[in-house]
Ligand binder design. Structure first.
Ligand SMILES: [Cu+2]
Length: 117
């Protein structure tokens, strides 16, 4: 499933992402800042941030990346954040009842892609 995610003013534009267990989640992640580098790091919970379930590349201000991860197999509520700015947080809800598509977020402004994805 496809998810559009953006960083604006040092916060995520969506703080809840809902997916099905084991879903292949393809995230288009736009950094809409004029300054500031972000990533997306998924953890079991806000209290267990030693080992990410998935950690994206960094995305520079004005840029966008796409990355894919496999949703956890166990339903529940997981935690994501930007590792550089730990106050940027959200939750990944894994539910068998999740819709197959997310409602798209507001269109991200296009930016150069330094990673060449
Ligand atoms: Cu950040």
């Amino acid at each position: 499933m496809d998810v559009a995610l953006a960083a604006n003013n040092f916060s995520f534009d969506r703080t809840t992402i809902t997916v099905r267990p084991n879903a292949q989640v393809s995230v288009t992640y736009a950094n809409n800042e004029t300054v500031g580098t972000h990533n997306f790091a998924l953890y079991e919970s806000a209290q267990s941030t030693a080992t990410p379930i998935h950690r994206s590349d960094y995305v520079n201000a004005g840029a966008s990346i796409t990355f894919t991860f496999t949703a956890p197999s166990t339903p529940g509520t997981y935690f994501f954040r930007c590792d550089i700015h730990p106050l940027m947080t959200g939750q990944l809800v894994v539910s068998a009842d999740a819709p197959l598509e997310q409602v798209p977020a507001a269109p991200a402004s296009p930016g150069a892609d330094p990673y060449g994805y």
